[in-house]
Design a protein around this ligand. Structure first.
Ligand SMILES: Cc1cc2nc3c(=O)[nH]c(=O)nc-3n(C[C@H](O)[C@H](O)[C@H](O)COP(=O)(O)OP(=O)(O)OC[C@H]3O[C@@H](n4cnc5c(N)ncnc54)[C@H](O)[C@@H]3O)c2cc1C
Length: 411
């Protein structure tokens, strides 16, 4: 029997795919993990905006097969950066020609002056090496410091993998005349009723009786293949865990260095207003300026076509940092006004969601240690998958792909 820990998108996809007998144990009283959606009147709020660019046609078909077509929107992507009080198209490095002349020249000069010896040893080094000082210091470094809430020197060169919008000099220059938005996923998909609809499309293939809600894993006896939850002890053949990797190591009593695994947390405010705001085009906006508390603001209303402003506002913190949510909310409102997103519109409702972990800090040490510990766990029929199970940066499509692969392997 396969014991699956967690009914997020990864655990559910594994359950839907496997032909083995299985049970899913989920600590919350509902499925979905980070892919849950809340509703408040007309407002549709994910934990934080979740949008899709499918890379695998088979996974797209799998998700879409059980979603009513008219419920899935294909949205033309429009995203910008709020830079020194004006807007520049995203990604910054492709749109330096939209800056003031002096700043544009600095960026262009540094882009060509930089020596690319391919020896970058950290994420921050890589930014300097690929884009030069000005592009790095005007946008890439401050923005990513706000998001990751850590020293970018500690992150691995490849900390963002394929999610980092690389661009070579030729592409940057060609973009001066012809916008090459097609390089950066010019459209995305979004279910009108939120990301939970994707989870439900997967969950409709899972036997509901086999999902045990309000039950959480407490400890694992690796040798005896016994898992203890808050309710019982379960004997498993394979244990598939989607809980954050360091937590799994704790539960399996595998010793490790706690300093190796760090992450940020993201505090999200979903805010609904009584009317439409001034911005009717952007899907989301990036904020590198450290005087503004949030790093990104998304407009659900512009995405789903609502006539009232509905925002998600993301603020990055270090994992252990104390946050006073009420105070932060007041600061968020003040900064939304400062940035010109909110004027006289009145808040009708809001909620605060804490995603912790949100972005894991991928370092050389975490990658090496993870591989070693994963091999050890695999040799005891314990498999750790998912965004936090594998301690990586990925999309929910990647999670589904990994779950398919593992289910097929353990058949
Ligand atoms: C800010 C942000 C924005 C994102 N935007 C996008 C996007 O636009 N598009 C996209 O594709 N992806 C996006 N993602 C990524 C996406 O959210 C994740 O890849 C996906 O939700 C991970 O699913 P999972 O099942 O692996 O983990 P989770 O969703 O974390 O699920 C794990 C489950 O395990 C349960 N659990 C934990 N501990 C225990 C225990 N001890 N016992 C039992 N159950 C337990 C949890 O309650 C949870 O339900 C975003 C992520 C973040 C943080």
């Amino acid at each position: 029997m396969d014991l699956i820990i967690g009914a997020g998108i990864t655990g559910l996809t594994y359950a839907a795919r496997t032909s083995n007998d299985y049970i899913v144990v989920e600590k919350e009283n509902e499925i979905g993990g980070y892919c849950r959606t809340h509703y408040s009147g007309e407002y549709v709020w994910d934990y934080s905006g979740h949008f899709f660019h499918f890379q695998h046609p088979d996974i797209k078909d799998y998700v879409m097969e059980r979603l009513p077509k008219e419920e899935v929107l294909t949205v033309n992507k429009h995203t910008q950066i709020y830079y020194k009080g004006r807007y520049v198209d995203y990604p910054f490095q492709m749109n330096i020609h939209q800056l003031e002349k002096e700043e544009f020249i600095d960026c262009l000069y540094d882009l060509f002056a930089v020596k690319q010896d391919g020896n970058a040893s950290s994420f921050k080094d890589m930014l300097y090496e690929k884009f030069g000082k000005s592009i790095s210091e005007k946008f890439l470094i401050p923005y990513n410091e706000k998001l990751y809430a850590t020293d970018l020197n500690s992150l691995d060169v490849d900390a963002m993998g394929r999610f980092f919008p690389y661009a070579d000099k030729e592409q940057i220059i060609l973009n001066f005349r012809n916008s090459q938005k097609q390089f950066y996923n010019s459209t995305f998909l979004y279910p009108r009723k939120g990301v939970i609809k994707v989870v439900e499309s997967v969950a409709s293939r899972v036997n509901a009786d086999k999902i045990c809600l309000n039950e959480h894993l407490v400890s694992i006896d690796l040798n005896a293949k016994l898992a203890t939850t808050n309710r019982r002890t379960i004997h498993y053949d394979n244990l598939i865990s989607t809980v954050p990797f360091p937590r799994l190591l704790d539960m399996a009593k595998v010793p490790y260095d706690r300093n190796v695994y760090s992450c940020n947390k993201v505090v999200v405010f979903n805010i609904g207003f009584d009317r439409k705001g001034a911005d009717t085009k952007n899907n989301w906006i990036y904020f590198p300026d450290k005087d503004i508390v949030f790093y990104r603001v998304g407009f659900y209303d512009n995405i789903i076509g609502l006539d009232k402003m509905s925002l998600y506002v993301e603020v990055g913190f270090a994992h252990g940092e104390a946050v006073d949510e009420k105070q932060l909310y007041q600061r968020v409102l003040a900064d939304l006004k400062k940035a010109g997103i909110v004027a006289d519109e009145q808040v009708v409702d809001y909620e605060c969601v804490v995603m912790d972990p949100a972005y894991v800090h991928i370092t050389q040490q975490s990658e090496t240690d993870k591989t070693e510990k994963m091999n050890f766990l695999n040799s005891h029929s314990v498999y750790s998958i998912g965004r936090y199970g594998e301690w990586k940066y990925c999309s929910l499509e990647d999670n589904m792909h990994d779950a398919f692969m593992l289910a097929d392997k353990l058949k």
